[in-house]
Design a protein around this ligand. Structure first.
Ligand code: FBP
Length: 310
């Protein structure tokens, strides 16, 4: 499937220049993105650092991003302004503008804005990150908040990477946040609302007939029924990327999985038209040298897939 690239996008010069830096001048290059997120201390709490305590110091991820050659690092305001001094100009920044802790229930999920696009400009960021909870009861408030961020991003030529997250009670009743229905919908929402790039979780296909909910998602998604797991996954990823239209898609890693599973998942995503990854825990919840090693394997895989398409 054709990959959505920079040439397919109608962007202002500022956005184009910044995305070019991320997709071609840093990271694996060739129009791809490999971002290292470290917003987990806010989103999940310090528990995410228990498997690898040195990773609680953001310098750990900055060193990994620099030595591993990532396209950029995603930070909230506090970490960006306190830890990046010696990495200025060598590790591109994606400034997350909204966030929340996971202490309150996800039923009403909403991430309030806690930094401005102007902060991103002042900190030298090449993009901002915005989490939008698709389907949450707070969705109306989220759309309004996003509209203001989008307008500021237009004004400053700042690209928007949307963390497109299906969440909330209604999504849970419709098959859950990782269902193909949910992720496919989030991909379309990102394209509709004007994200420049969208980050999604990989979709999981489960037969609606086997779900607890009396009315999961529309039967139209049953076309994957009976296919082997890999084929169902590949088709689900392709479907989601099609729904994202003119919005390049990144996939996240989620909690730690084996290297073989991670590489397998990454290959299918790239072959299906993904533009790259935003892998966090799978990269830094491990000893530093091991983090560099898996980073190299992922980058090699990404470039192999791109080369095979040339
Ligand atoms: P991971 O690769 O560790 O999943 O990171 C991607 C990410 O989007 C982070 O930016 C964010 O903190 C986290 O996932 C949210 O994970 P979850 O959806 O499980 O709360």
């Amino acid at each position: 499937m054709a990959r959505t690239g920079l040439d397919d996008l109608d962007l202002s010069l500022g956005k184009r220049t910044r995305i070019h830096r991320l997709m071609y001048e840093f990271g694996p290059g060739n129009g791809t993105l490999l971002l290292l997120p470290i917003d987990h201390g806010l989103e999940h709490g310090p528990v995410d650092f228990f498997p690898n305590p040195p990773a609680a110091d953001p310098d750990y991820q900055l060193r990994l991003a620099k030595q591993g050659g990532y396209s950029g690092i995603a930070f909230h305001f506090g970490l960006a302004s306190k830890y990046m001094k010696e990495y200025a100009g060598t590790v591109p920044l994606v400034l997350k503008l909204n966030g929340k802790t996971n202490v309150p229930s996800d039923a009403e999920a909403f991430s309030p804005q806690e930094a401005w696009v102007e902060d991103a400009v002042r900190l030298g960021a090449d993009a901002i990150g915005y989490t939008l909870y698709v389907g949450s009861p707070s969705q109306a408030q989220d759309f309004v908040q996003f509209r203001a961020v989008r307008a500021e991003c237009e004004r400053y030529g700042m690209p928007i990477i949307m963390w497109g997250y299906p969440r909330g009670r209604a999504m849970a009743e419709k098959g859950g946040r990782d269902s193909i229905y949910a992720v496919d919908y989030a991909a379309r929402v990102a394209n509709e609302l004007g994200a420049d790039i969208v980050k999604l979780n990989v979709p999981k296909f489960r037969d609606p007939a086997n779900m607890d909910s009396p009315q999961p998602y529309p039967a139209l998604y049953e076309e994957w029924k009976g296919l082997d797991e890999n084929e169902a996954f590949r088709r689900a990823v392709e479907k989601v990327i099609r729904s994202a239209g003119k919005t390049p898609v990144l996939f996240s890693g989620g909690s730690r999985i084996s290297d073989e599973d991670l590489l397998h998942k990454a290959r299918i995503c790239m072959e299906s038209g993904a533009s790259g990854f935003l892998f966090g825990r799978n990269m830094w919840q491990r000893p530093f040298e091991d983090g560099l090693r898996i980073t190299e394997r992922i980058k090699t895989l990404m470039l192999e897939v791109i080369a095979s398409e040339a």
